[in-house]
Design a protein around this ligand. Structure first.
Ligand SMILES: [Fe+2]
Length: 353
Protein backbone atom coordinates (compact mmCIF):
# COMPACT_ATOMS: atom_id res chain seq x y z
CA UNK A 1 0.00 0.00 0.00
CA UNK A 2 1.37 3.43 -0.93
CA UNK A 3 2.17 5.91 1.80
CA UNK A 4 -0.70 8.18 0.71
CA UNK A 5 -3.29 5.39 0.82
CA UNK A 6 -1.98 4.32 4.21
CA UNK A 7 -2.42 7.88 5.53
CA UNK A 8 -5.95 8.09 4.08
CA UNK A 9 -6.97 4.78 5.63
CA UNK A 10 -5.78 5.90 9.06
CA UNK A 11 -7.47 9.32 8.73
CA UNK A 12 -10.81 7.77 7.75
CA UNK A 13 -10.63 5.39 10.71
CA UNK A 14 -9.92 8.21 13.11
CA UNK A 15 -12.82 10.33 11.89
CA UNK A 16 -15.15 7.35 12.10
CA UNK A 17 -14.10 6.74 15.72
CA UNK A 18 -14.43 10.43 16.60
CA UNK A 19 -17.90 10.60 15.04
CA UNK A 20 -19.11 7.44 16.75
CA UNK A 21 -17.91 8.70 20.15
CA UNK A 22 -19.67 12.03 19.54
CA UNK A 23 -22.96 10.18 19.04
CA UNK A 24 -22.75 8.50 22.45
CA UNK A 25 -22.98 11.59 24.67
CA UNK A 26 -24.07 11.00 28.27
CA UNK A 27 -23.87 7.22 27.90
CA UNK A 28 -22.95 6.57 31.56
CA UNK A 29 -25.05 9.31 33.17
CA UNK A 30 -26.98 6.71 35.23
CA UNK A 31 -23.70 5.72 36.97
CA UNK A 32 -22.74 9.28 37.95
CA UNK A 33 -21.64 9.82 41.57
CA UNK A 34 -24.16 12.20 43.09
CA UNK A 35 -22.58 13.75 46.14
CA UNK A 36 -19.56 13.59 48.43
CA UNK A 37 -19.21 12.33 51.99
CA UNK A 38 -16.96 14.21 54.41
CA UNK A 39 -15.13 12.95 57.45
CA UNK A 40 -16.51 15.88 59.41
CA UNK A 41 -20.16 16.07 58.30
CA UNK A 42 -20.64 19.29 60.26
CA UNK A 43 -18.34 20.95 57.73
CA UNK A 44 -20.45 23.14 55.44
CA UNK A 45 -18.98 24.71 52.33
CA UNK A 46 -19.34 28.46 52.11
CA UNK A 47 -22.22 29.81 50.00
CA UNK A 48 -23.36 26.20 49.52
CA UNK A 49 -20.59 25.44 47.03
CA UNK A 50 -20.91 21.85 45.77
CA UNK A 51 -18.69 19.40 47.72
CA UNK A 52 -16.39 18.40 44.90
CA UNK A 53 -15.99 21.98 43.69
CA UNK A 54 -14.86 22.85 47.20
CA UNK A 55 -12.39 19.92 47.07
CA UNK A 56 -11.02 21.20 43.78
CA UNK A 57 -10.43 24.66 45.27
CA UNK A 58 -8.85 23.24 48.44
CA UNK A 59 -6.35 21.24 46.37
CA UNK A 60 -5.58 24.19 44.09
CA UNK A 61 -4.76 26.32 47.15
CA UNK A 62 -2.59 23.69 48.87
CA UNK A 63 1.18 23.75 49.28
CA UNK A 64 1.43 20.18 47.98
CA UNK A 65 -0.16 21.33 44.72
CA UNK A 66 2.35 24.14 44.24
CA UNK A 67 5.19 21.79 45.17
CA UNK A 68 4.46 19.70 42.07
CA UNK A 69 5.87 22.50 39.88
CA UNK A 70 9.30 21.40 41.08
CA UNK A 71 8.78 17.66 40.78
CA UNK A 72 9.76 15.27 38.02
CA UNK A 73 7.36 13.95 35.41
CA UNK A 74 9.95 11.95 33.49
CA UNK A 75 12.73 14.53 33.12
CA UNK A 76 14.17 15.99 36.33
CA UNK A 77 14.21 19.80 36.27
CA UNK A 78 13.77 20.18 32.51
CA UNK A 79 15.85 22.87 30.85
CA UNK A 80 12.91 23.73 28.60
CA UNK A 81 9.49 24.98 29.78
CA UNK A 82 8.02 22.94 26.91
CA UNK A 83 8.93 19.68 28.69
CA UNK A 84 6.39 18.58 31.30
CA UNK A 85 6.95 18.68 35.00
CA UNK A 86 4.61 17.00 37.46
CA UNK A 87 2.30 20.00 37.69
CA UNK A 88 1.90 20.50 33.95
CA UNK A 89 1.26 16.76 33.61
CA UNK A 90 -1.50 17.04 36.23
CA UNK A 91 -3.12 19.91 34.36
CA UNK A 92 -3.16 17.83 31.17
CA UNK A 93 -4.81 14.99 33.09
CA UNK A 94 -7.48 17.48 34.22
CA UNK A 95 -8.04 18.34 30.55
CA UNK A 96 -8.38 14.72 29.44
CA UNK A 97 -10.53 13.74 32.41
CA UNK A 98 -12.86 16.75 32.10
CA UNK A 99 -13.61 16.06 28.43
CA UNK A 100 -14.17 12.35 29.09
CA UNK A 101 -16.42 12.99 32.06
CA UNK A 102 -18.53 15.53 30.17
CA UNK A 103 -18.89 13.13 27.24
CA UNK A 104 -19.94 10.19 29.43
CA UNK A 105 -22.20 12.18 31.77
CA UNK A 106 -20.20 11.48 34.94
CA UNK A 107 -19.57 13.90 37.83
CA UNK A 108 -17.02 16.28 36.32
CA UNK A 109 -16.46 18.14 39.58
CA UNK A 110 -15.36 14.92 41.29
CA UNK A 111 -13.21 13.99 38.30
CA UNK A 112 -11.50 17.38 38.31
CA UNK A 113 -10.84 17.40 42.06
CA UNK A 114 -9.33 13.90 42.02
CA UNK A 115 -7.30 14.69 38.89
CA UNK A 116 -5.78 17.78 40.51
CA UNK A 117 -4.76 15.83 43.60
CA UNK A 118 -3.81 12.48 42.11
CA UNK A 119 0.00 12.98 41.92
CA UNK A 120 0.60 15.11 45.05
CA UNK A 121 2.27 12.16 46.75
CA UNK A 122 5.21 11.79 44.36
CA UNK A 123 8.64 11.79 46.03
CA UNK A 124 11.79 13.27 44.44
CA UNK A 125 12.74 11.67 41.09
CA UNK A 126 9.30 10.15 40.47
CA UNK A 127 9.03 6.38 40.21
CA UNK A 128 12.75 5.54 40.71
CA UNK A 129 12.67 7.69 43.88
CA UNK A 130 9.59 5.82 45.06
CA UNK A 131 11.24 2.44 44.46
CA UNK A 132 14.23 3.58 46.53
CA UNK A 133 11.95 4.75 49.36
CA UNK A 134 10.25 1.34 49.47
CA UNK A 135 13.59 -0.38 49.96
CA UNK A 136 14.94 2.13 52.48
CA UNK A 137 11.74 2.12 54.55
CA UNK A 138 11.38 -1.65 54.15
CA UNK A 139 7.78 -0.90 53.27
CA UNK A 140 6.78 -2.21 49.88
CA UNK A 141 3.34 -0.72 50.38
CA UNK A 142 4.81 2.81 50.24
CA UNK A 143 3.53 4.49 47.08
CA UNK A 144 2.66 7.96 45.80
CA UNK A 145 -1.01 7.00 45.42
CA UNK A 146 -1.36 6.53 49.19
CA UNK A 147 1.15 9.25 50.10
CA UNK A 148 -1.04 11.82 48.31
CA UNK A 149 -3.98 10.84 50.49
CA UNK A 150 -1.78 11.01 53.63
CA UNK A 151 -0.68 14.53 52.65
CA UNK A 152 -4.27 15.61 51.98
CA UNK A 153 -5.52 14.28 55.32
CA UNK A 154 -2.64 14.59 57.76
CA UNK A 155 -0.02 17.04 56.51
CA UNK A 156 -1.72 19.92 54.69
CA UNK A 157 -3.00 22.87 56.77
CA UNK A 158 -0.49 22.20 59.56
CA UNK A 159 -1.75 18.64 59.94
CA UNK A 160 -5.49 19.38 60.01
CA UNK A 161 -5.93 18.24 56.41
CA UNK A 162 -7.87 19.59 53.45
CA UNK A 163 -11.20 18.05 54.47
CA UNK A 164 -11.66 16.34 51.12
CA UNK A 165 -14.59 14.03 50.41
CA UNK A 166 -14.08 10.28 50.69
CA UNK A 167 -14.86 9.88 46.98
CA UNK A 168 -12.14 12.39 46.01
CA UNK A 169 -9.53 10.73 48.24
CA UNK A 170 -10.44 7.24 46.99
CA UNK A 171 -10.18 8.28 43.35
CA UNK A 172 -6.79 9.90 44.07
CA UNK A 173 -5.55 6.75 45.80
CA UNK A 174 -6.77 4.27 43.18
CA UNK A 175 -5.56 6.18 40.11
CA UNK A 176 -2.76 3.76 39.24
CA UNK A 177 -0.92 0.62 40.30
CA UNK A 178 -2.78 -2.31 41.82
CA UNK A 179 -5.06 -0.26 44.06
CA UNK A 180 -8.09 -0.34 41.75
CA UNK A 181 -10.96 -2.37 43.15
CA UNK A 182 -14.39 -3.54 42.10
CA UNK A 183 -17.07 -1.14 43.22
CA UNK A 184 -15.00 2.03 43.05
CA UNK A 185 -16.74 4.97 41.40
CA UNK A 186 -16.83 5.32 37.64
CA UNK A 187 -15.08 8.66 38.12
CA UNK A 188 -12.17 6.85 39.80
CA UNK A 189 -11.96 4.43 36.86
CA UNK A 190 -12.04 7.37 34.48
CA UNK A 191 -9.09 9.03 36.23
CA UNK A 192 -7.00 5.86 35.81
CA UNK A 193 -7.40 6.00 32.05
CA UNK A 194 -7.26 9.81 31.72
CA UNK A 195 -3.89 9.79 33.51
CA UNK A 196 -2.52 7.22 31.05
CA UNK A 197 -3.94 8.98 27.98
CA UNK A 198 -2.34 12.23 29.14
CA UNK A 199 1.09 10.91 30.07
CA UNK A 200 1.60 8.42 27.25
CA UNK A 201 0.96 10.95 24.50
CA UNK A 202 2.70 13.90 26.12
CA UNK A 203 5.65 11.66 26.92
CA UNK A 204 5.77 10.70 23.24
CA UNK A 205 6.24 14.41 22.55
CA UNK A 206 8.80 14.97 25.30
CA UNK A 207 10.83 11.77 25.19
CA UNK A 208 10.73 10.82 21.51
CA UNK A 209 10.31 14.18 19.74
CA UNK A 210 12.04 16.70 22.05
CA UNK A 211 14.74 14.53 23.60
CA UNK A 212 15.16 12.22 20.61
CA UNK A 213 15.14 8.87 22.41
CA UNK A 214 14.91 6.02 19.88
CA UNK A 215 11.71 4.00 19.57
CA UNK A 216 10.87 0.66 17.97
CA UNK A 217 9.07 0.83 14.58
CA UNK A 218 6.19 -1.07 16.18
CA UNK A 219 5.73 1.75 18.72
CA UNK A 220 5.96 4.49 16.08
CA UNK A 221 3.34 2.75 13.96
CA UNK A 222 0.99 2.39 16.91
CA UNK A 223 1.39 6.07 17.78
CA UNK A 224 0.58 6.99 14.15
CA UNK A 225 -2.58 4.91 14.24
CA UNK A 226 -3.94 7.25 16.91
CA UNK A 227 -3.14 10.35 14.85
CA UNK A 228 -0.31 12.54 13.60
CA UNK A 229 -0.11 14.92 16.55
CA UNK A 230 -0.86 14.92 20.27
CA UNK A 231 -4.25 16.63 19.95
CA UNK A 232 -5.48 14.05 17.42
CA UNK A 233 -3.95 11.11 19.28
CA UNK A 234 -5.59 12.00 22.57
CA UNK A 235 -8.94 12.61 20.86
CA UNK A 236 -8.76 9.17 19.26
CA UNK A 237 -7.92 7.59 22.62
CA UNK A 238 -10.76 9.45 24.35
CA UNK A 239 -13.12 8.39 21.59
CA UNK A 240 -12.03 4.76 21.94
CA UNK A 241 -12.61 4.95 25.68
CA UNK A 242 -16.08 6.47 25.23
CA UNK A 243 -17.12 3.82 22.70
CA UNK A 244 -15.80 0.92 24.81
CA UNK A 245 -17.28 2.32 28.03
CA UNK A 246 -20.76 2.83 26.61
CA UNK A 247 -20.69 -0.61 24.99
CA UNK A 248 -19.62 -2.35 28.22
CA UNK A 249 -21.75 -0.17 30.52
CA UNK A 250 -18.79 0.91 32.69
CA UNK A 251 -15.65 3.00 32.23
CA UNK A 252 -13.14 0.81 30.40
CA UNK A 253 -10.37 1.16 27.84
CA UNK A 254 -8.52 -2.11 27.50
CA UNK A 255 -10.86 -4.71 26.01
CA UNK A 256 -11.98 -3.57 22.56
CA UNK A 257 -9.70 -2.95 19.56
CA UNK A 258 -8.48 0.57 20.35
CA UNK A 259 -8.21 -0.20 24.05
CA UNK A 260 -5.98 -3.19 23.31
CA UNK A 261 -3.80 -1.06 21.02
CA UNK A 262 -3.56 1.57 23.74
CA UNK A 263 -2.40 -1.02 26.27
CA UNK A 264 0.22 -2.26 23.80
CA UNK A 265 1.42 1.30 23.24
CA UNK A 266 1.75 1.67 27.00
CA UNK A 267 3.78 -1.55 27.30
CA UNK A 268 6.19 -0.30 24.62
CA UNK A 269 6.58 3.13 26.25
CA UNK A 270 7.38 1.40 29.55
CA UNK A 271 10.41 -0.16 27.86
CA UNK A 272 11.74 3.39 27.29
CA UNK A 273 10.97 5.08 30.63
CA UNK A 274 13.79 3.45 32.66
CA UNK A 275 16.35 4.77 30.14
CA UNK A 276 15.29 8.41 30.54
CA UNK A 277 16.22 9.15 34.17
CA UNK A 278 19.99 9.59 34.26
CA UNK A 279 20.64 10.67 37.84
CA UNK A 280 22.08 8.26 40.33
CA UNK A 281 18.82 8.26 42.26
CA UNK A 282 19.90 5.75 44.92
CA UNK A 283 23.08 7.60 45.92
CA UNK A 284 21.29 10.97 45.96
CA UNK A 285 18.38 9.74 48.09
CA UNK A 286 20.77 7.98 50.48
CA UNK A 287 22.78 11.15 50.98
CA UNK A 288 19.63 13.19 51.62
CA UNK A 289 18.26 10.69 54.12
CA UNK A 290 21.52 10.71 56.09
CA UNK A 291 21.45 14.54 56.22
CA UNK A 292 17.80 14.64 57.32
CA UNK A 293 18.53 12.11 60.07
CA UNK A 294 21.31 14.36 61.34
CA UNK A 295 19.06 17.45 61.39
CA UNK A 296 16.59 15.60 63.64
CA UNK A 297 13.69 17.94 62.79
CA UNK A 298 10.98 15.38 62.08
CA UNK A 299 10.62 11.86 60.67
CA UNK A 300 13.41 11.83 58.02
CA UNK A 301 11.37 9.63 55.66
CA UNK A 302 8.45 12.06 55.86
CA UNK A 303 10.80 14.99 55.15
CA UNK A 304 12.35 13.18 52.21
CA UNK A 305 8.97 12.16 50.77
CA UNK A 306 7.78 15.77 50.88
CA UNK A 307 10.90 17.25 49.30
CA UNK A 308 10.72 18.44 45.71
CA UNK A 309 13.34 17.65 43.06
CA UNK A 310 14.84 21.12 42.99
CA UNK A 311 15.50 20.90 46.74
CA UNK A 312 16.74 17.33 46.46
CA UNK A 313 19.26 18.16 43.77
CA UNK A 314 20.40 21.33 45.51
CA UNK A 315 20.82 19.71 48.92
CA UNK A 316 22.57 16.64 47.53
CA UNK A 317 24.96 18.87 45.55
CA UNK A 318 26.35 20.33 48.77
CA UNK A 319 29.42 18.36 49.77
CA UNK A 320 28.24 17.98 53.34
CA UNK A 321 24.59 19.14 53.62
CA UNK A 322 24.24 21.47 56.61
CA UNK A 323 21.29 23.04 58.39
CA UNK A 324 22.22 26.31 56.67
CA UNK A 325 21.77 24.61 53.29
CA UNK A 326 18.50 23.02 54.43
CA UNK A 327 17.17 26.47 55.36
CA UNK A 328 17.33 27.41 51.67
CA UNK A 329 14.92 24.63 50.64
CA UNK A 330 11.15 24.94 50.15
CA UNK A 331 10.67 22.29 52.82
CA UNK A 332 12.11 24.60 55.49
CA UNK A 333 8.87 26.60 55.57
CA UNK A 334 6.76 23.65 56.73
CA UNK A 335 9.26 21.87 58.98
CA UNK A 336 7.79 23.35 62.25
CA UNK A 337 4.39 21.84 61.43
CA UNK A 338 5.97 18.54 60.47
CA UNK A 339 7.64 18.38 63.87
CA UNK A 340 4.29 19.09 65.57
CA UNK A 341 2.47 16.48 63.47
CA UNK A 342 4.94 13.86 64.71
CA UNK A 343 4.95 10.32 63.39
CA UNK A 344 2.52 9.56 60.57
CA UNK A 345 2.25 6.16 58.89
CA UNK A 346 3.06 7.15 55.29
CA UNK A 347 1.59 3.89 54.00
CA UNK A 348 -1.80 4.10 55.73
CA UNK A 349 -4.42 5.98 53.67
CA UNK A 350 -6.71 6.14 56.73
CA UNK A 351 -9.88 5.88 54.67
CA UNK A 352 -11.89 3.66 57.00
CA UNK A 353 -14.44 6.31 57.82
FE1 LIG B 1 -0.39 11.19 36.86
Amino acid sequence: MSELKQTRRITVNIHYVWGKADSLRGGLYHLRTKDGRRRRPEYVTEFGVESFVDDECAILESKAFRNMARKTQVVTIPQSAMIRNRLSHVMEVVGQATRLSEALGLNTNLVRAASLGHDMGHVPFGHPGEAWMQGAMKRHDFCHEVMGVVIAQHIERRGRGLDLCHETLEAMMRHSGNLAKEGMTQEAWLLRYADKIAYLFHDVNDILDRLGYPAKPELLQLIDEFGDNQRRRTRTARSGLIIESVELGRVSFEELELGIKFQKLRDLMYEIYPKVIDQNVGATMEKLLRALETFDLADPFMLLALMNDTDAIYLSSVASPSMEAFKRTDLWEIRPYLAEIGKVDLCDPDLNW
